[in-house]
Write a protein of this length. Structure first.
Length: 255
């Protein structure tokens, strides 16, 4: 799919797996047919680069996070901008929907996370606590809890209904670039610039296993839909696939 002329900054796959969205520099969002590999739409509107993408659970809306401080909601099927959400005072790095699609979260260089009501398009909560920019966010499957991480190296767990911090997870040295939560909500994976990938017992808040992968660090990590495989990509241009059960078994035996 050679269409972006510069670095690809984010990717998202629609819930039905039929459409791939990619973003990059110069405000460009491209949508692709995954069965043919052909481009089906080119969307522009952000004033600067696009940093993050997420499809709504029904696949009808694509949310994008922009360097222009805005979050935009695209009705991509009708090829139009549905809404522009403003409130952040700096670049927006990431976006995520709850599974029911009622809430959208956005994380920013302004060190805050905003929780948006997707019906009213208004901010429900502003979560404050990070001391540096927010790099990634992920909701639990019930939508009641949000996990966030960023440059300060501390993973934070938030109560979404109350808009309050529940607890913190500390184990990385510096920027945490990516988070992924297993489908059963029991294991949280976190990848950092320090070259460390932690697998956490999410409920207990303790590290179950740690993988060290050199000095380049991780850019992106993700569980497979059944959470049996964890994929990780880094600045070294490699993608590694791990068998999650084997990792946890090995580290449990080493203790």
């Amino acid at each position: 799919m050679p269409a972006h002329k510069h670095m690809v900054t984010s990717v998202a796959i629609s819930p039905d797996g039929k459409v791939l969205a990619t973003s990059g520099h110069y405000s460009i969002i491209l949508l692709w047919d995954t069965s043919t590999g052909k481009q089906i739409l080119k969307q522009t509107g952000h004033e600067k680069d696009v940093r993050g993408l997420a499809f709504s659970p029904d696949g009808n809306i694509l949310a994008s996070a922009g360097v222009d401080h805005s979050v935009r909601l695209w009705n991509w099927r009708e090829e139009k901008l549905a809404n522009r959400l403003t409130g952040h005072s700096a670049e927006v790095n990431c976006v995520a929907f709850t599974r029911d699609g009622k809430l959208l979260a956005s994380g920013s260089w302004d060190r805050t996370i905003r929780i948006w009501d997707t019906q009213t398009k208004k901010t429900r909560h502003v979560l404050e606590g990070h001391t540096e920019f927010v790099r990634d966010i992920v909701f639990t499957s019930d939508g009641q809890t949000l996990v966030s991480a960023g440059k300060d190296g501390i993973i934070r767990v938030w109560d979404i209904e109350k808009g309050k911090l529940l607890r913190t997870l500390e184990g990385h040295k510096g920027l945490v670039r990516s988070l992924s939560l297993s489908s059963d909500g029991e294991v949280l994976a976190s990848g950092g610039r320090d070259g460390t990938l932690h697998l956490w017992d999410f409920k207990a808040g303790k590290v179950k296993a740690t993988l060290q992968e050199g000095v380049f660090g991780f850019q992106a990590i993700a569980f497979s839909p059944d959470s049996t495989v964890l994929a990780a990509g880094g600045i070294d241009r490699n993608v590694t696939l791990w068998n999650v059960a084997e990792i946890l078994k090995k580290h449990a035996a080493d203790k």
